[in-house]
Design a protein around this ligand. Sequence first.
Ligand code: NAG
Length: 236
Amino acid sequence: MKTSLQTLTTLLFPALALSTPVHPSSSLAVRSDTWGGSVSLGPTKSTIVNAVTTIIPGPAPLTQNGVLFLWPGMSNGTGDLIQSTLESWESNDWCGAGSGEWCVRASVFGWFGQLDGDAGVVKGDDQVRIEYTLQDDQDTWVQTVTNVGTGEVLSTYSSQSGPYMTGYGTGTECNEDCTGTSSEQQYLNTEITLASSDPTFGDTIATAGGATYEGLASSEDGKVWTIESILIPAMV
Ligand SMILES: *[C@@H]1O[C@H](CO)[C@@H](O)[C@H](O)[C@H]1NC(C)=O
């Protein structure tokens, strides 16, 4: 399990989380998991139908204690979390990655647990395009993870996660006393397309943990939102 609903709500919907009382059991459940910086948007008054970003992750820690995940995530706070994740485990042999490299897989987290697509390898300076698209059936989300430099599709996943996605944000998730990120992450040309105009969506942007962004803009009367660059500082 990569995340919890409470954490997710805090991450993707900071404004909501502030007014949501924390259930005592979720405080007990928090052991040694920590979070790096983040930038998030939501909830929109409309719904998200497409979201795309390109992450340059920087090298993974050369030795990894615990597990480290980097992901752009999308949810409505109660339903599925769509999250293609870059992952650093004590050994990343399982996807064929060496020291300082990441495994990546498209995945969804929900009441059923975590379901993942096939994994690919990402080097620190790779540009990795991660796109989430709602299909015409208004239910199925397709995740596609591509190496921009080579054009190789690294991972895909489809899930019936519904048409009510309202929040999108970056996550740097450090589990089981993990070694935190040793390099910064850039998310470039993030673009979120809504089902209909929501001129106030930009006002929901929130940052945490020293993360910054540049070039937030909208077009089509607030239907399409872009963020030129997001910078997440290294944790250690
Ligand atoms: C979130 O999406 C799920 C799946 O479509 C839906 O069942 C649920 O009602 C939605 N929750 C909110 C708060 O909109």
